[in-house]
Design a binder for this molecule. Sequence first.
Ligand code: G3P
Ligand code: CA
Length: 297
Amino acid sequence: MTNFPKKDMKKLTFIFLILFPMISQAQFSFDLQGHRGARGLMPENTIPAMIKALDLGVTTLELDLAVTKDGEIIVSHEPWMNPLICLTPEGAQIPAGDHGHNIYKMTFSEVLKYDCGSKTHSGFPKQVNFNVAKPKLADLFEAVEKYVKDFGLPQPNYNIEIKSQPDGDGIYHPVPRDFSDKVFQLINGRIDWERINIQSFDFRVLQYYHKTYPEVVLAMLVEDASKSSEQLHELGFQPQIYSPYFPKLTSEAVAAMHKKGMKVIPWTVNTTEQMEALLDMGVDGIITDYPNLAPKR
Ligand code: G3P
Ligand code: CA
């Protein structure tokens, strides 16, 4: 066995303890966002998906919110148990298209009984599957903040989506004012607002935040990147982030948004080639199910 002289050991310790973490923290020059954590690799919107994304060096965790009957804010893309990803408490399949397992009509302890991680996801064959329940947002924050502290990782930002739409008001979720206030109150004092942005497809939510909590950074979610003027007109103010579905995005559109002072962060970009092309257009960040495929630049 090689005996390292003391001063070489000191050098090695410096490289492993000081330089290595610095190298991994400086990995990305853009905002790499793990979509629903890292949906391509772990069950979506769960604590293990967030931890996986952190291990892969994301700068931001993207996640979606729903509310239970007893007022808990939980992390879920749909306000019902999605038949594609969840099994009933008895372990049975939920028929396709069934939106009857309504989270807004369940208590949190009922939500906990659903397994939303064991089913193989046909859209994500590399996803690791195991029994896991939808978490409370408060518990997710606690787990993530503890993990980065324990492992000396940088604190992530959170891109938090309030999932609502007019025909779901009072049926699948609270009205925008109540939903928005609840989310604000949960975050306030828990996580620094500098690390948070609120995103929504529901312009009512963005308008409410803009009016009530003007200091909160907002991202407008849109499907069609070729209609930004109409979208901004409809919203009625300029948010800090424009976040479109990526295929129709052009370098001209990115430059136009930058000229207005907005960042552009498209979703959901799942191949390295697509990410490279968008970064060449000048986007500020990428939202992806596969943070492991992000180019190192
Ligand atoms: O953050 C953008 C993206 O999450 C929007 O799409 O449907 O996955 O919430 P969705
Ligand atoms: Ca989302």
